[in-house]
Design a protein around this ligand. Structure first.
Ligand code: PLP
Length: 418
């Protein structure tokens, strides 16, 4: 037996203890964060981290059978169970790969499964809510692929007509829907219809084998999709990626779902193209997450997340703030400070709130005039504090506190200028 380290001698556990205290005491409003259950923690901290398991379970549906190393009998059982459980969560017969190490790795593998370098991707622009992996020039997506983006109209809603027009104009190989900072329903059905219509026209014009893929990155809203509080992309998208640690409230990682005919392509894009050995302790954590997502308790939780988001958002409206799109349908909303607080940047507000133990992040707003490092807005999400038991009244109280802090900031600036 290996001897257990004496925790009191380890600098690491000292730091973990400090971080734990921070997590216990801060008001966490970062829309992409959450707190996992003790069961999830136990699974990801388990001995499964010791096991190499390159490859896939022996009777994996995709045909990419077999592991590279022996001793995988229990790991195989785990990974298959994990796959089955996630299909149950989303009530789907799509194929699923549970090995991606993160949402970004999932997107990387999803692109590599159906695209060649320099192929064109049409995705939501980063300044309008898209994710880094949707084509940022500093990210692999922007370095490897040719990115064309669509955005939102001046009031902050997705411009569906622009999507249609840009498919006709650029004939992308892949159309991507999904965002990190968008507070409204994304109409996957409508996007799919636009794609089908555009494809028809492009083919009529002589481009007979034009056949793009429709991919949805539901990293933020997956918990709402799982519980029916957001329309599902299943049935419309060819490939669907997600993280498991945001609204799904689970082990940090990624998943890729795809139509069964793409299973082999997706599996070989994850391994051996983009990754080596899977993290089976994380796969176990994802399996526990999926079990939790199937419960009534989880459904009630997500309903509360959305109720809380709407209540807090309405309070900010009452307090005179501009909300991008004027409200929210999901677990987050964006405050646009540019008209009401022209002297304040998102960064300034983020830093000031940090001093009061309130964590959130700066965010671009439609027609952003400032750099992404400054911004004119902030993003607020309710998943984490809802896990901590916050209800509508608690979020309303936090909104008032944030308003007080922002008022003080304005006053300080005024006095400073005298
Ligand atoms: C968070 C997020 C990701 C990336 O997830 P990581 O696990 O941080 O790599 C991808 N896409 C969207 C839309 C996200 O919001």
């Amino acid at each position: 037996m290996l001897k257990k380290n004496n925790k009191s001698n380890s600098k690491v556990f000292e730091i973990i203890e400090k971080e734990k205290k921070r997590q216990d005491s801060f008001i966490e409003l970062i829309a992409s964060e959450n707190f996992v259950s003790d069961d999830v923690l136990e699974a990801i901290g388990s001995c499964l981290t010791n096991k190499y398991s390159e490859g896939y379970p022996a009777n994996h549906k995709s045909g990419n059978r077999n592991r590279y190393y022996g001793g995988c009998q229990y790991i195989d059982e785990l990974e298959e169970y994990c796959c089955d459980k996630w299909k149950e969560v989303f009530n789907t017969n799509y194929h699923v790969n549970v090995q991606p190490h993160s949402g970004s790795s999932a997107n990387f593998a999803a692109y590599m499964s159906v695209l060649q370098p320099n192929d064109t991707i049409l995705a939501m622009s980063l300044s309008n809510g898209g994710h880094l992996t949707h084509g940022s020039p500093v990210n692999f997506s922007g370095k490897i692929f040719n990115i064309v983006s669509y955005g939102t109209n001046p009031s902050g809603f997705i411009d569906y007509v622009e999507i249609y027009d840009k498919i006709l104009k650029y004939k992308p190989k892949l159309i991507l829907a999904g965002a990190s900072a968008y507070s409204r329903i994304i109409d996957f059905k409508r996007i799919k219809r636009s794609i089908d219509k555009a494809v028809e026209i492009i083919r009529l014009n002589g481009n007979n084998d034009y056949s793009p893929y429709f991919m949805v990155d539901m990293a933020h809203i997956a918990g709402l999709v799982a519980t029916g509080l957001h329309p599902t992309p299943f049935g419309y998208a060819d490939i669907i990626t997600t993280t498991t640690h945001k609204t799904l409230r689970g082990a940090r990682g990624g998943l890729i779902f795809c139509k069964p005919e793409l299973a082999k392509k997706v599996d070989s894009a994850v391994f051996p193209c983009c990754q080596g050995g899977a993290l089976q302790n994380i796969v176990a954590g994802k399996a526990v997450t999926a079990e939790e997502c199937c419960t009534q308790e989880y459904k009630d939780y997500i309903e509360q997340v959305v109720d809380n988001s709407k209540a807090m958002c309405n309070e900010f409206i009452q307090l005179g703030y501009d909300i991008v799109t004027g409200g929210t349908d999901n677990h987050l909303f964006l405050i646009d400070l540019s008209r009401t607080h022209p002297n304040l940047t998102g960064k300034m507000v983020q830093d000031e709130l940090d001093k009061y133990g309130i964590t959130l992040n700066k965010n671009c707003v439609p027609n952003e005039k400032r750099s992404p490092m400054q911004t004119s807005g902030i993003r607020i999400g309710t998943p984490a504090m809802t896990t901590k038991g916050y209800k509508e009244k608690d979020f309303i109280a936090v909104a008032r506190t944030i308003d007080d802090i922002i008022r003080n900031m304005e006053q300080k600036i005024e006095y400073g200028q005298e």
